[in-house]
Design a protein around this ligand. Sequence first.
Ligand code: NAP
Length: 398
Amino acid sequence: MNPAALQVAGWKKRKASCRLSAIPDCRARFLCRYLIRKHPGNIPAGAVFPASSAGKTAAMSAGERLKKKMKAQVEEIVVSTSEIYDLIIVGGGPGGFSAGIYAMRAALKTVLIEKGAPGGQMAMSGEVENYPGIERIGGPDLSMQFHQHALSYGLEMVVSEVKEVEPGLAYHSVHLDDGSVLKAYAVILGTGGSSHKLNIPGEAEYYGQGVSYCAVCDGFFFRNKTVVVIGGGDSAAEESLYLAKLARRVYMVHRRDALRASKILQQRIKAECKIEMIWDSVPVAIKANEQGVSSIELKNVKTGRHQDLPTDGVFIFVGFSPNNQLVPSGIQMNANGYVVTDDKCETSIPGIYVIGDLRQKYARQIVIAASDGCTAALAAAHYVENKKATESDSCQLM
Ligand code: NAP
């Protein structure tokens, strides 16, 4: 099921009538809640609406029409060039939208496919303070701005889940969850990554009942309560600081005696009196009662001592893996599953590009994903131009 639909009409104001409980996707739910709070009574265009809203109907019917048209063409053996997109972008994060903007400016016939709300992980960030030119902005607001900017160029968007990317010599095929197939000379994959799991008892059982991987989405439910954050990296540090604004107490549990997080975040953690560090400790089990999570069992790795720490919530930030399920076999990946590309973001299969957190690189940031999107779209424009020129040359020879 598509978790949310995208409202794509201009910047006209619209009454906010989201039924939050009806939105199954936590990113969409968070975006909706955020937008209602930030723009009381009115939601700017580009906002995320629940399945029942008019926005969904409008956007989905456009998507459905496109899918129906494409389905009818699947059986054809000879595909006419007018049925082929120049470019398909998979993923609506900062990389995908940036690629969309550059592709539209390069006059490529482009479609962007996203299964959920726009923005990817960016939409889940409370505040973004390091996107050049913007001192401070809410992640959902920046997501809406990327989305709106791309739509202003007429970028076509389909809300659907991609099941397979099938490389081909003449064109590449992208299979959607309803069985329809879109074809394009070039494909850009920007599917991002996902949070690591601890795989301890209680983690999966109490997910949504006190266990969370997104403070910005779920922190609201822990106002004036006690929470435990697991991890010592940038994400754990940032999310602890966010939770400290809402919760009564935040325990940050780290398996070593030094944080991996950047120095500036470490200083902020130290200065925040609501955050208490628990060093050299790993979580063993999460326990719950009828109300949800009630405590977490920790083990000190130096002394071997176990303690049961009472808490209302457990937020887990222990790393991240690339979402590489759609990467076609034959494309080179590193040992951690990140795709290896050249400096044009092109993979080992010509015409298939990878951007953002899925791509092997030094750092994973919004600005880098956006930069990847630009690079890949410009490279794709060049590739498509050459491909079409080669095709017309071979036609003339026949
Ligand atoms: P990360 O940097 O890999 O940190 C993961 C943390 O979890 C580490 O402290 C690690 O401990 C701990 N950990 C891993 N497995 C564990 C386990 N099984 N049990 C307990 N603890 C465990 O991941 P991240 O914080 O998600 O960040 C991912 C990337 O995004 C990084 O490159 C980061 O710099 C970047 N990022 C940047 C920003 C920003 O600049 N604003 C914000 C968020 C993320 P050890 O330290 O002992 O390995």
